[in-house]
Write a protein of this length. Structure first.
Length: 276
């Protein structure tokens, strides 16, 4: 028999390789089909690593994972995306634990402030995400942001807007100054800027829109003296560079610090400037 020509050998080798690839693909298809139909790889248990809102039943319902579902047909990324549409869920991961277990881990958003919108109260997290309307009996032990002019849907869409983000920035500065105590309210005024009220000093303190840290350092130094006479003060204004302007209540009496001495509220000073 004549020796097989080189082109013929090349053709046969390529054909054999092609047949091998086809056989491998068919084998994988048969195997995957068997796994998808196999009763050994079906969901029997869904474990949750989460606490608070939303509750376990709601998370399981949103995930769409049901006992008896095949483990290999379960799209974990799609389940994660679905869970993250919930306003209280910041991030979710879904992991398969063969042969029959699924683990869902959820990171919840944490409310840090209440916002008043159209006569209703909502929770908001530190990123400006509106979480949910507050129901009767829910916790109200949070500072409150007031003065928002948009409706709640605008607030949900515009959580990165100037008003809310500036108010949240001010809240962070206030909470990082322990000597001030708890914050009661931050008020937004489009023309005047931001102001706040402390639980231990129920007098509005005007801050404007910027330089919160510098103003807070200035205010912290005189707060003990001002707190002792809060009944005589109607408003504290920190918007002017290097000054603390006090507005006296009508008929109020009190004294304010100036260096190592004190002056009446009606007197003025570069650092403490009362007005009527």
């Amino acid at each position: 028999m004549d020796e097989m020509s080189r082109p013929t050998r090349t053709f046969l080798l390529r054909s054999l390789r092609g047949l091998g690839m086809i056989a491998s693909i068919l084998a994988l298809y048969v195997l995957s089909s068997a796994l998808v139909r196999s009763p050994l790889f079906v969901v029997k248990q869904v474990e949750l690593d989460a606490s608070g809102r939303p509750g376990p039943d709601e998370i399981r319902s949103m995930s769409g994972i049901r006992p008896g579902m095949n483990m290999f047909s379960l799209d974990t990324e799609e389940v994660s995306r679905r869970l993250e549409t919930h306003p209280w869920i910041q991030h979710a991961t879904v992991v398969k634990r063969l042969p029959d277990k699924v683990l869902i881990k959820v990171w919840k958003r944490r409310p840090v402030v209440l916002i008043g919108v159209q006569g209703c109260l909502y929770y908001m997290d530190a990123e400006g995400k509106v979480l949910d309307m507050i129901q009767p009996g829910a916790s109200l032990d949070f500072p409150m942001i007031t003065g928002l002019e948009q409706d709640v849907e605008d607030a949900r869409r515009c959580g990165d807007g100037r008003d809310l983000q500036q108010a949240l920035s001010l809240l962070r500065v206030l909470q990082d100054t322990p000597a001030l105590g708890s914050v009661s309210e931050i008020h937004i005024d489009r023309s005047e800027g931001l102001s706040f009220v402390l639980e231990g000093f129920p007098v509005p303190v005007q801050m404007g829109w910027s330089d919160f840290l510098e103003k807070m350092i200035r205010f912290e130094k005189v707060l003990p003296s001002l707190a002792s006479q809060s009944n005589a003060i109607e408003r504290v204004d920190l918007r002017f560079s290097g000054q603390i302007v006090l507005k006296q209540r009508e008929g109020g009496k009190g004294r304010v610090p100036r260096g190592n001495r004190t002056e009446t509220l009606a007197d003025s000073d570069p650092s403490l400037h009362p007005t009527t």
